[in-house]
Design a protein around this ligand. Sequence first.
Ligand SMILES: Nc1nc2c(ncn2[C@@H]2O[C@H](COP(=O)(O)OP(=O)(O)OP(=O)(O)O)[C@@H](O)[C@H]2O)c(=O)[nH]1
Ligand SMILES: [Mg+2]
Length: 202
Amino acid sequence: MDVLLFAGFLGSGKTTLILSLARRAAASGSRICVIVNEIGEVGIDGEALRMGDLEVRELTAGCICCQIGPDLVRTLRNLEERYQPGLVIIEASGVATPGGVLEALHHYPVKSVTGIQTVTVVDSTRFVALREVLTPLIEAQIRGADLIVVTKVDEATGAEVEAAKKAVELLAPGIPVFAVDATDDATLAVLAAGLIPEEVRA
Ligand SMILES: Nc1nc2c(ncn2[C@@H]2O[C@H](COP(=O)(O)OP(=O)(O)OP(=O)(O)O)[C@@H](O)[C@H]2O)c(=O)[nH]1
Ligand SMILES: [Mg+2]
């Protein structure tokens, strides 16, 4: 099974994006499973994702990048046993770094995982301010990405979008960057084609 890891600060648009992408995939009959890591919150994302007809597991006992790596691995093994999903999407908590999650998976390997790609979600309306106060976290999330999605371009000013894109390109040179708003079907379709394995796609 392939794993898609979504990282990005709180409220950046991870769940929204996962739902839109999954909508383009589940119709093939292949089960997509989602693992969502929320810390100290009621399971709002879990509920939203279940409404997207996805098999969802919630991990709430800590952060998967630094505290509960073994729980993540156990959950992946369990999903593999029950569903043999073509794709497992992991929504990391807003304070997780991709490097931490990958380290956990490296430490306790899951045999059936054939590939892991990291998507970092960057909120264009808040990027500059967040980077200023949370520099190490925001930069580690971007540096750890295989692909970056800059969200909320419908809400941001042109200057905000450009500032976010430019900073991201400097922090993660050569990494593909997509700018989207949640209703931008054309870009989401291109994203889905690149991220979702063919056998899982609708
Ligand atoms: N205008 C606009 N709003 C968006 C977009 N993407 C997400 N949102 C809104 O931003 C808010 C946060 O989105 P979520 O998808 O819940 O973000 P998240 O990263 O999963 O948040 P946490 O799980 O709490 O870290 C919601 O109110 C979304 O409706 C977008 O492209 N444009
Ligand atoms: Mg979420």
